[in-house]
Design a protein around this ligand. Structure first.
Ligand code: COI
Length: 354
């Protein structure tokens, strides 16, 4: 039971909901009616509120814009077959944003306030959850520094916000990845495990080069040897060699994906062997050539499960026949099925918003 006595809720007088075509929603460009906001000052969070969605007025010297104290989460609310809104593993997101915040020297946002925020926001915005299985209301919780100062120092004031976007799948087609042997996403001791805004900004240039060559995303390799596969930036990555699934171990440079963890648990429950270990790009390219590599797919909140049909590395290319995939479609169906309650939630991942 959540005590909402401290949360102020101001409802909009003009809803935009009737403008939405749920069959045709561009990812991340449509925003629901309300958002959650809280402020941190003098060592405490206060002024927790749900208000009509609107622009902020920000000081030009906002410290986060210059030095990047900015962390975020991506999570989803779906609808059960009986129409009840469902939050998928919200407590994992509450914990992860605080891990990211700690790495960026930002304050903790109380877990119970996070749970209250997403619960009450989704309760209010339930009409914005797309009805189709596989679509969802994407929630974007984030925390940014708010000091009006341009010296490099830890900010004293912060804002925590959550807004919502109804979305379909992030990737509409099978992906082509380029394993990058020039640029890196994360090095040991860096911020790769944090969902920090700068990780995404830094990926844009190498990703634009990969796009010029016809690839959709970069498959990042480790920063020391350019040998071991890490992740894709927008998602974690899995490789199936017949009945065995391998995914890079989270070693401090890889985002500890919640969908990644869900996939590992589903695979284990289905009796499919899954290894978390260092995995070299040579092993993958070799597997692509000798046929032992049978599936490659990404996992992420936005991406859900995204099949990969091609990987390029140093001028070498492997193609993977996505039409023969068995494990990736099973994982996608299981995740979507649990989130619509078509399948039993045997893991206890769903939080019903009633
Ligand atoms: C998510 O999967 O939620 C992310 O934050 C990744 C981003 C590509 C949307």
């Amino acid at each position: 039971m959540i005590d909402t006595s401290r949360l102020r809720i101001e409802k909009t007088s003009v809803s935009k909901l009737s403008d939405i075509d749920f069959n045709n929603i561009p990812f991340g460009r449509v925003f629901s009616d309300h958002m959650y906001v809280a402020e941190y000052d003098n060592g405490a969070w206060s002024n927790m509120r749900i208000v009509p969605f609107k622009n902020f007025s920000i000081h030009p010297a906002n410290i986060a814009w210059h030095y990047g104290q900015s962390v975020f989460e991506g999570m989803k609310a779906t609808k059960a077959n009986d129409g009840t809104p469902i939050l998928f593993r919200p407590e994992k997101h509450a914990i992860r944003i605080n891990k990211s915040a700690a790495r960026m020297c930002m304050p903790e946002f109380p877990q119970e306030s996070f749970m209250e925020a997403v619960y009450e926001l989704v309760k209010l915005e339930k009409g914005w959850i797309p009805p189709q299985e596989g679509s969802a209301l994407y929630l974007r919780p984030y925390m940014v520094a708010m000091d009006e100062f341009i010296g490099v120092q830890v900010a004293k004031s912060y804002m925590f916000c959550i807004f919502c976007c109804p979305v379909g799948p992030y990737y509409a087609k099978d992906l082509k990845l380029k394993a990058d042997d020039t640029y890196i996403r994360a090095a040991q001791g860096g911020v790769g495990a944090a969902k920090a805004a700068g990780n995404y900004g830094a990926s844009l240039y190498p990703a634009s080069l990969a796009k010029q060559e016809g690839y959709d995303q970069v498959l990042w390799l480790d920063a020391k040897e350019f040998k071991y596969v890490q992740e894709v930036g927008t998602m974690n990555i899995f490789f199936a060699f017949g009945d065995k699934v391998v995914t890079p171990a989270t070693s401090g440079t890889i985002l500890d994906g919640i969908t990644r963890d869900s996939c590992i648990q589903i695979l284990k429950e289905k009796g499919i062997e899954v290894e978390e270990r260092p995995l070299s790009i040579e092993e993958i390219m070799q597997g692509g050539k000798d046929g032992s590599l049978t599936e490659v797919f990404g996992s992420g909140t936005a991406a859900v499960i995204a099949p990969v049909k091609e990987i390029a590395y140093k001028g070498d290319v492997i193609n993977i026949d996505t039409s023969a995939f068995k494990i990736a479609p099973m994982l996608k169906d299981t995740l979507n099925g649990i989130r619509s309650e078509r399948l039993e939630d045997s893991f206890g991942w769903n939080v019903r918003v009633v």
